[in-house]
Design a protein around this ligand. Structure first.
Ligand code: G4F
Length: 309
């Protein structure tokens, strides 16, 4: 959507599914949006598409993006989050060498971090999940292609970024949607895993601007995008319960099912390089983000009650 508002002709890829992809559908009404049915792990399909479209910019946001699920599907995660990135890089090298490439790297790369540490582009990566290990392969491949073939390929090391469109199985949306449903009397509680985890949550709208800015630079590079402010999952739940005028202690239940074999306990980013070089600055913090998400989910829950009453 950001690219469409900037006047780009956009090709968006999603795999064939019997269900519609709702996020894609938001763009499909636009005349300059072209939906392509393709699986990013197809080693001949993606290069053929690159040859055909001759893109100026390629944003690789495709991923098996759920860290918890990656423990259950390590090999699928590797194919989508690692191998598919090689396919795209090779396709660009062969068929569109002037195309600029953006890779969605992640704060999960840092893994086990000491509380209080502020993470930047120089901080070491110690992956703690199949997701992070696959993403590290992709991150390294981007720098290999940049150095070997002089490609304009950049990685955004993005800390958690959310919005009203966040999937219902990620913790922020689970909280805003879950609390809204408790408030409206649809559900009795929200089931969560590790509520001590601390994250640096920002708004996806701010982060896509940063991605675009990276590809407008003369030289490719890697950048951290983060707010620099942290909250625990418990803080997030308490805050949303306050908005709903509910006592958080009565709203949640811990369910072992949502605990990961290894979790990343603490993440806080230092985006000073992106601020200095790109002029990027986040407009939202975790509280304004969660308020907007809760407002959206409360409206939807209220509509559900009204419809089925
Ligand atoms: O919302 P989460 O699942 O996000 P996570 O694992 O930090 O990863 C997200 O952000 C990364 C950085 O941008 C991306 F690379 C990645 O693709 C994804 O978008 O979990 C956040 C924290 C974790 O510590 C998790 O253990 O919340 C904890 N948590 C506690 N209860 C839960 C739950 N997470 C989920 N998904 N569901 C729970 O019930």
């Amino acid at each position: 959507e950001l690219l469409l508002t900037k006047g780009y002709e956009v090709y968006g890829v999603s795999r064939r599914s019997t269900r519609e992809n709702k996020n894609m559908m938001n763009s499909e009404i636009h005349q300059r949006f072209n939906h392509v049915t393709m699986d990013v792990t197809d080693a001949s399909g993606i290069p053929a598409l690159i040859k055909d479209v001759q893109p100026d910019e390629y944003y690789n946001l495709a991923a098996m993006s759920h860290v918890g699920q990656s423990f259950k599907e390590p090999n699928t995660t590797l194919m989508i989050d690692g191998y598919a990135v090689s396919c795209a890089l090779e396709g660009i090298r062969i068929y569109a060498p002037n195309c600029k490439f953006y890779q969605a790297s992640t704060s999960e790369l840092y893994g086990k971090v000491d509380e209080g540490e502020s993470l930047n582009e120089q901080s070491p990566f110690r992956p703690r999940s199949p997701y992070a290990a696959a993403k590290l392969y992709a991150h390294n491949m981007v720098s290999v292609y940049r150095d070997s073939y002089n490609m304009h390929a950049s990685c955004g090391i993005l800390f958690n970024h959310e919005s009203e469109r966040r999937g219902l199985n990620f913790v922020t949306r689970k909280i805003t949607n879950g609390v809204a449903r408790v408030k409206c009397g649809i559900d009795r509680h929200v089931s969560l895993g590790n509520i001590d985890a601390i994250r640096d949550w920002g708004h996806a709208k701010d982060y896509v601007e940063g991605m675009w800015m990276m590809l407008q630079q003369e030289s490719p590079d890697d950048y951290v995008l983060a707010t620099g402010k942290t909250a625990s999952v418990r803080d997030a739940l308490e805050y949303v319960c306050d908005l709903a005028d509910l006592d958080f202690k009565n709203v949640y239940k811990i369910n072992e099912k949502f605990m990961r074999p290894a979790d990343v306990p603490y993440l806080c980013g230092d985006s000073s390089k992106a601020q200095r070089v790109l002029g990027w600055e986040p407009q939202h913090d975790w509280k304004s983000l969660l308020s907007a998400m809760y407002k959206h989910d409360l409206t939807a829950a209220g509509r559900e009650v009204y419809t089925y009453r």
